[in-house]
Design a protein around this ligand. Structure first.
Ligand code: NAP
Length: 247
């Protein structure tokens, strides 16, 4: 897919879906900057990913919900590579509770990480991408942003917000040859879904036409395609990778 020497930032690249995305780009010989809040884990993951391809893998610790951290991640990337070709806004958290018991803190934490984090990173990469006359931004949203989910008003609002963010930024930056798309995973086997009790998991699977949870690689392959020139005429879209949950 011609990612040789391209520079990719994957937020939340230390595990789960973000790690699988970073691995896919590493295998395509891209330089990949992985972010997360735990510098030790990031460094270990970067060493492992470095074995997969010819690109440099850079661990860059930071909290995307903080404007200064997001700016610093991009600044460090530009200092090392002088460009950013792809940004994948994948960092995300859940703090589940029913509405009546949800605290302001739970609401703020999720909105600040998932939605404001994506905004912070997009803002930081936009000028460098405009200077290089192109780029691709992929926002990892969720089927829950399309369907809603009891017990996740904060998370589903953040993910629905990411869809609005995607479409608006896509319209603003299309004339600069910067494409912006969202990927909406269904239920994917990661730490985030590992805590589901067996009964809830069985119920969930009943609502998935393809009959199983997805794997992080299923999401990574779509992100790779949408970031590549093969998707050069695709912008402002939400593409689901969900075993048919939403159709
Ligand atoms: P995960 O295994 O919990 O990984 C989350 C990643 O985000 C970690 O690398 C984590 O690293 C990082 N992160 C969290 N908060 C951060 C912050 N404030 N700043 C920087 N990095 C941060 O989650 P996942 O299941 O792979 O999910 C990845 C994305 O896909 C999320 O946006 C999630 O909402 C979305 N998604 C997941 C599913 C699913 O079924 N798993 C379905 C739909 C959408 P640190 O903890 O070290 O910071």
């Amino acid at each position: 897919m011609a990612f040789n020497d391209k520079v990719v930032i994957v937020t939340g690249g230390s595990r789960g879906i973000g790690r699988a995305i970073a691995e896919s780009f590493a295998r395509e010989n891209a330089h990949v900057v992985i972010t997360g809040r735990n510098p030790l884990t990031l460094t270990e993951v970067a060493v492992e990913l470095s074995l997969l391809g010819a690109g440099t893998i850079v661990p860059q610790a930071g909290d995307v919900s903080k404007t200064a951290d997001a700016a610093q991640i991009v600044k460090a990337t530009l200092e090392q590579f002088s460009r950013v070709d792809v940004l994948v806004n994948n960092a995300g958290i859940t703090r589940d509770n029913v509405l009546l018991r949800m605290s302001e803190e739970q609401w703020d934490e999720v909105l600040n990480t998932n939605l404001k984090g994506a905004f912070n990173c997009i803002k930081a990469v936009t000028k460098p991408m405009m200077k290089k006359r192109g780029g691709a931004i992929i926002n990892i949203t969720s089927v829950v942003g399309q369907m809603g989910n009891a017990g996740q008003v904060n998370y589903s609002a953040s993910k629905a917000g990411m869809i609005g963010l995607t479409k608006s930024v896509a319209r603003e930056l299309a004339s600069r040859n910067i494409r912006v798309n969202a990927v909406a995973p269904g239920f994917i086997e990661t730490d985030m879904t590992a805590e589901l009790p067996e009964k809830a998991r069985e119920e969930l699977i009943k609502g998935i036409p393809l009959g199983t949870l997805g794997q992080p690689e299923d999401v990574a392959q779509l992100v790779l395609f949408l970031s590549s020139t093969k998707a050069k005429y695709i912008t402002g879209q939400v593409v689901n990778v969900d075993g048919g949950m939403v159709m």
